[in-house]
Design a protein around this ligand. Structure first.
Ligand code: KIV
Length: 288
């Protein structure tokens, strides 16, 4: 930004609605720590999600299921400290909201009060529609998540696209409409055929953010580690890599290791020094 450029305005739910109306794509990305937050802020994204994908990308679990509220809160607070302009969405982890409206409100309030989230995200239709309604009634803005919902994917057909038949697509659309009716401010749609998103978007007033849902969505979200190539392992079909930071990082650490082993590092410019007289006195002190 030049010295005279006006600072960009903070993103608000109202500014997202304006973007939807103007058909201006909304950019959402995940982040999980303070440097990540500073990077996505500097890149000018609109919405930052501290996704429970953190379970796999930064905590090393096999799925999103084991991550706890306390683990998510620690990561979310770190992201909050690195953001000023984008909206911050906290992801309520598996087991922290499903059982009752009271549990959902108690957990969501922690994300708002302790981690400074603007909204919280919950997965699925069904009972999550009731939880969304209760959260909104308690004054907590909610993001819904339909299509492939990773928290319950293992119990509902695995990690594959959803809505590939007309009946299955109808279920995705019905869940989305119910979540909007419950008061959700935003909807994430994951891993559905583009035709489903094309059918869904005109039916909803709230912005629809796609991940593996084709170009018809009002915006797109990708996982930070996937788009930057920081993740060791296969990525879903919808992921596009915009950088290969893991390879760069391995090369950087390997070069450091090589220079330590060969004595190239540290070089004179990395050393502290002391006055010659002090050095001579020190040598006198320690010599036998
Ligand atoms: O946890 C996550 O990162 C998500 C996005 C993939 C939408 O839910």
């Amino acid at each position: 930004m030049s010295a005279h450029a006006a600072p960009r305005a903070r993103v608000t739910p109202a500014s997202l609605a304006q973007k939807k109306d103007a058909r201006e794509p909304i950019v959402m990305v995940t982040a999980y720590d303070h440097p990540g937050a500073q990077i996505v802020e500097a890149a000018g994204v609109d919405i930052v999600l501290v996704g429970d994908s953190a379970a796999m990308t930064v905590l090393g679990y096999d799925s999103t299921v084991p991550v706890t509220v306390d683990e998510m809160l620690m990561l979310t607070r770190a992201v909050r400290r690195g953001l000023t302009r984008p909206l911050l969405v906290g992801d309520l982890p598996f087991g922290s909201y499903e059982a009752s409206d009271e549990l959902a409100i108690e957990t969501a309030q922690r994300f708002i009060k302790e981690a400074g989230c603007d909204l919280v995200k919950i997965e699925r239709g069904g009972t999550s529609v009731d939880r969304a309604r209760a959260l909104v009634a308690a004054g907590i803005p909610v993001v819904g998540h339909v299509g492939l919902t990773p928290q319950t994917a293992a119990a509902s057909g695995g990690f594959r696209a959803r809505g590939r038949t007309a009946d299955a697509a109808r279920t995705v659309i019905d869940d989305a409409l119910a979540l909007q009716d419950a008061g959700c401010s935003l909807l994430v749609v994951e891993a559905v055929p583009s035709e489903v998103t094309q059918a869904l978007v005109p039916l909803l007033d709230i912005p629809v953010i796609g991940i593996g849902a084709g170009p018809a969505a009002d915006g797109q979200v990708l996982v930070f580690h996937d788009l930057l190539g920081l993740y060791d392992g296969g990525a879903a079909k919808f992921v596009k890599r915009y950088a290969d930071l893991r390879a760069d990082a391995v090369a950087g650490v390997a070069a450091y290791a090589e220079e330590v082993r060969s004595g190239v590092y540290p070089a004179p410019e990395h050393e502290y020094s002391m006055p010659a007289a002090e050095a001579a006195e020190l040598r006198g002190m320690v010599s036998g």
